[in-house]
Write a protein that binds this ligand. Sequence first.
Ligand SMILES: [Fe+2]
Ligand SMILES: [Fe+2]
Length: 307
Amino acid sequence: MPNQDPEYQSCIQSSERVSWRIDDLLPKDTVLDFSRRFLSDELTGTESIRCLNAEEKLMLNQIRSNSYAHMFLFLEEYAVALASHRAGLELHGNSTHMRALLRFSEEEIKHQQLFSRYTSAFARGFKVVPSLLDNQVQVAKAIMTKSNLGVLIFNLHMELMTQQHYIETVRGNDREALDPLFCNMLKHHWLEEAQHTRLDFLEAQKIIAQAPETMDAAMAEYAELLQALRATLNAQLQLDLQTFEKAAERTFTEAERKEIFEAQERSYIWSFIGMGMKAPLFLSRLRSLSPMAEQRVLELAPTYYCN
Ligand SMILES: [Fe+2]
Ligand SMILES: [Fe+2]
């Protein structure tokens, strides 16, 4: 196993260089501008819904964007548990590794506070107060019953997915006039996530070096976690549609409801699961951990609209 210290050291240096404060990104009294899309349509899939008018499509885009910010609360709740646990394992051990992992935990808590400040600002300014899932602690505890390696691989997927979202749909997107405040928030999230993806990989390497036989079970856990995530996304989607119906002040017919639900389900699964699975860096990272792991992801991909 090569010496990993320079890599951990480099993560600390990058993290120090890009670090930001919540108050600079999103001051407490921020008033959101509801005249624009927050997320790209590539992530919200509202434009292709035929039964909605332009105003309704924008409203649904904004509800989805708010839920997107909120979903990070879920994805970061277990990430804090994971990174803190991995940091604790280095207590009285390698202080460079421990410091990098503690920064990882601290940044994830900061991200949670940023996104939760955002959803509060959204609730103050939007037509109705959106319904959001609130079982992130329960979900995090369930995720953490899996092996560290399984959760690290799931987290690598999630963090590279965040990178993919920013690179493919925010940075250099001149097709859509997106809300600059939301874009800036995603940019700063992306800047810190970049180090997390490296740490997930380094920690996974550490485990595999000691126990290579655990990789099979970890990949089975990764597949289970994706299924559980799908159920959580669907639960949030049901709430999004309730919020939408209230905000649009319109009762949809069964056929309309079906069209909206199917488009949104597809969009949620593709954004959070498909896009992560097809992220080139996710596949190449897995391949270098174990060729079987990459193969397993490629086999699962069609289940998540990803061929
Ligand atoms: Fe984060
Ligand atoms: Fe992260």
